[in-house]
Write a protein that binds this ligand. Sequence first.
Ligand code: LMR
Length: 351
Amino acid sequence: MAEVSITQKEVIVKLSVVLSTLALAFASFATQAAEPIVIKFSHVVAPDTPKGRAAEYFKKLAEERTHGRVKVEVYPNSQLYKDREETEALQLGAVQMLAPSLSKFGPLGVRAFELFDLPYIFPDKETLYRVMDGDIGKKLFGMLDAKGITGLGFWDNGFKQMSANRPLRTVEDFKGLKLRIQSSKVLEAQMKALGANPQVLPFSEVYSALQQGVVDGTENPLSNLYTQKMHEVQKHLTLSDHGYLGYAVIVNKAFWAGLPPDIRATLDKAMRDSTVFERRIAQEENDEALANIRKAGTTQIYVLPYKDRVIWQQALLPVHKEFEDKIGRDLIQAAYHVAAEVEKEKHRGKK
Ligand code: LMR
C-alpha cells in the first residue's frame, strides 16, 4: 500500500513538472508571437523637416496598419549615426531603414546617384519626379542590390540655396571661400567651378563648423538651414536654386526579404503613401523656413536675378560633361530627355 502511494506521488510530481514545462514553453511562444518586428529608422535631420515628418508619418501608418506587429523607432538628428556611419550600420543590420540624401551614395560605390547633384539639371519638380519614378530611378535602385540594400522610394527636399558671411551675387564672390559640401564628387566639382574650396563634413557638424569659421559657407534647402539654426551664423543667403536635394529611402535587403509577405506588402503601401505625403509637405516646409529666416532678421536674403542665374549656369554646366563617365552618359542624356518632354508638354498645354 505504502509502495503504491510513492508511485502515485511520483506520477503527480512528474506530471506537474511536465505541465509547468509546457506552461513555460507556451508562455515563451506567446511572448515570441506577440513580439513586434522592430524597424530602426535613423536619419540626420531635425524632426520638423520634410524627411523628419515623413519618417514619423511612415511610423504611424506602419504601426496602425500592421496592428502593432511592426514597431518603427525613428532616431532623428544623427542621434544614432552620422552620414557615413549610417549606411555602414544599415549594411551590417544595426539599423533597418534610412533616408540618406542622394549626394551620399558615392562612398557606397554607386556614384550614379550623383546625377541628382548636377547643377541646374532639373528645371522643375515635374521633371524631377518623372526621373525618380521612371526608368532612371529604377536603374539606380537596381545598383543598390549588390550592396545588400533595397530602395523603397525617393523623397524630396527641393532646391538648394547658397549661404556665407559675405554676399554671394556674382561667380567672383565665391573665390577662395571654404564651403561645406556633402560627400559627392559632383558637389566638389561644382564648388571648384565657382572658384571655392569645398570641404566634406557630416551634416551634424555643419553648424559648429560655420560658427567657428572652419568653413565660410554652405548650400542646403532652407528647411535644413533653418532647423539647424545655420541662419544664426550665416549673414548672407542667396536664393539660387542651383541644385537639388532629395533622398532615397532604403532598407537592409536581407531584413526586407525576410519579412512575412503580408507585412512587407503593408509596409510597401505605407511607404508609397508616406512618399506622397513627403512630397506634398516638402515645398510647404521650405516656404515656412524662408518666412522664419526672414523673421529672425539675422540673414540678408538675396534673390538671384535671371541675368545672373544665366552667368552662374555658364560657370556650372561644364560639370555635366566632366561627369559623363562617372555617372553615365546615358543617364544624363535620359534626364535631359525627360526635361525636354516636360517642356514640350508645357508648351502644348499653353496653346
Ligand atoms: C546634408 O548633409 O547637407 C543634407 O543632406 C542632410 C539631409 O539629409 O537633408
